[in-house]
Design a protein around this ligand. Structure first.
Ligand code: HXC
Length: 517
């Protein structure tokens, strides 16, 4: 055999790389496109800044010899991993290649994912996992399970150190769904499905007939289960959401989110004076308040259609990232219930882990009464909000817009849960309960003895409201720092966040507290 020249070697290398880059072949890539999906490498190109991609372990191969697998090539072993830049900042990532054995995950595939994750950990950079896989590679048997377990373990190691974002862009079934579940945010496309047990297993076990979409489509996993944080129309949209989300986040838990030197103006926002309707029972959209406070009215809502009585998401005030938690009076009057408590608590924990200040807008009549809530464990779930806020050491700024009643007032980051600044609007009603209910109890005898009970009830309700359902009693007790003209809220919040950016709060050392779960 003739000795290879340098040129031969270069040609061989180029050919090998071209072959690997083609994954399972052009026909399978075409099938991917026909299904409205990008290929694994096209997704990476969409994600990263041009020419910033450095690939890891491109030549990796499985070692499986069972079921005809011996010597069967699996380009990049079905997952492309590496590092690159998004808007000039490094991220590590993995992108499963469905054209190679259905993106199934065996020993080496999983090792590659873990290698990329460990590089995230070493360098303090976010990790992005683009999922499109038939799950554990069946031919590799328990080696696949071992591989997945290593991914889960790494997910937990990274948790709270670097942001982890999962994109679900194809099937994500069985135990494989637990890797995304261990990450901070899940973005799912409408083409993808995510479930633990699929429709055929459900039919066998329970007899129920469901479609994959009903079971694990993006809408289902957002609206009913709250597993998903963002629904994307397609792969490009999902990648766009991922990039926008990362723009609000720091690279790791030791850094602050990027401070954007913006062209924003910090001045009065007259529109805020008229957001709250005259009738205290009338609803309004709390997003109108949020948009009046954040820069450029730019608010990135998280879990938009899950537990809609609570609105959470990211914005910036004077260029500084904030995590916003707000009761939504438009949905169930902004009541706190099981799902909204879980939604808020999780979001607060994320922000605290990554040094993102908390900005809370309060308008809630209380916790939702009812047997289903009590039996569902509202005590345990509501306690998560109390725990998350109390444990949070990032700057905490609360703005009480209207109703702030009872335990829900406390839960929404009251002064005594460690809020660094509490502002109230003149419409704020900070009270142990609503004036109607309170008057019924406090003035029960007087109302019963009155000739015109309705008139007496109205009079005593007014008396109670004038005494307690205003921000002035709370102001006199220093539970409120200032009562603001709503139009001044943006200025007050910006000032508070600027000075509080230097906040340091030390707590006693412990292994960890026990957050109610
Ligand atoms: C090996 C797999 C595979 C798998 C798919 N393929 N899943 N190979 N292991 N898990 C292969 C197929 O054989 C096929 O190969 C190619 O990928 C494309 O699959 P299709 O079935 O043709 O595609 P599609 O019709 O789009 O269906 C996709 C699918 C289906 C819904 C994902 O393939 C499927 O149901 N796969 C099995 C899913 C599953 O049961 N996984 C194990 C779950 S257990 P060819 O050569 O024909 O192109 C699990 C446990 C993890 O994940 C536990 C962690 C703790």
């Amino acid at each position: 055999m003739a000795t290879q020249t340098h040129l031969d070697r270069l040609t061989e290398l180029r050919d090998k790389k071209a072959e690997i880059r083609l994954g399972g072949g052009q026909d399978k890539i075409d099938k991917q496109h026909a299904g409205g999906k990008l290929s694994a490498r096209e997704r990476i190109d969409t994600l990263l800044d041009k020419n910033s991609f450095q690939e890891f372990s491109m030549f990796a191969q499985h070692r499986c010899t069972y079921f005809g697998m011996a010597g069967k090539p699996a380009p990049a072993d079905g997952v492309i991993t590496g590092v690159g830049k998004i808007d000039g900042r490094y991220v590590h990532f993995a992108s499963q290649d469905f054209t190679v054995f259905g993106g199934s995950a065996g020993e080496i595939h999983c090792d590659k994912v873990v290698e990329a994750m460990q590089n995230s950990l070493k360098t303090g950079t976010p990790f992005v996992f683009m999922n499109d896989s038939g799950g554990a590679r069946i031919q590799e048997g328990i080696d696949s399970l071992s591989g997945y377990a290593k991914v889960f373990y790494a997910n937990v190691e990274l948790s709270g150190v670097v942001p982890q974002i999962s994109l679900i862009m194809g099937p994500c079934a069985g135990g494989a769904a637990y890797s995304p579940a261990l990450t901070d945010f899940i973005i799912q496309t409408r083409q993808a499905q995510m479930f633990i047990t699929g429709p055929s297993v459900i039919k066998q076990v329970t007899g129920e007939v469901v479609t994959p979409e009903e079971l694990g489509g993006a809408e289902a996993q957002m609206h009913y289960s709250g597993v998903v944080h963002f629904v994307a129309d397609d792969d490009e949209h999902a990648v766009g959401i991922c990039k926008r989300l990362l723009s609000f986040l720091p690279n790791n838990n030791l850094e602050d989110a990027p401070l954007l030197p913006g062209e924003y103006s910090i001045g009065e926002v007259p529109g805020l004076n008229t957001v709250i309707p005259e009738d205290p029972r009338s609803p309004y959209d709390v997003r109108d308040v949020i948009k009046g406070v954040v820069d450029f009215a730019d608010f990135m809502e998280v879990q938009e259609t899950y537990a809609e009585n609570m609105v959470v998401g990211f914005g910036r005030v004077a260029g500084r990232s904030v995590g916003i938690i707000a009761n939504q009076p438009k949905v169930f009057a902004g009541v706190l219930d099981i799902n909204s408590s879980d939604k808020a608590a999780r979001f607060i924990r994320f922000c605290n882990a990554f040094n993102i200040p908390l900005l809370t807008f309060v308008d809630t009549p209380g916790f939702l009464p009812g047997v289903s809530q009590e039996q569902g464990g509202i005590i345990r779930h509501g306690a998560k909000v109390l725990f998350a806020y109390s444990a949070a050491t990032v700057p905490k700024v609360s703005v009480i817009l209207r109703k702030a009643y009872g335990g829900a007032y406390v839960a929404m980051c009251a002064r005594d849960l460690g809020a660094d600044r509490v502002f109230a609007w003149p419409t704020a009603e900070i009270a142990v309960m609503g004036a109607d209910g309170a008057a019924e109890i406090v003035f029960k005898r007087e109302i019963e003895a009155a000739e015109d009970r309705a008139e007496a009830r109205a009079k005593f309700t007014e008396t109670y409201r004038n005494t307690f359902s205003t921000p002035y009693v709370a102001g006199s007790r220093r539970m409120v720092d200032d009562i603001l003209e709503p139009s001044h809220t943006r200025i007050a919040v910006a000032q508070a966040l600027e000075v509080l950016s230097a906040k340091r709060e030390l707590r006693p050392a412990k292994k960890h507290g026990l957050m109610p779960m």
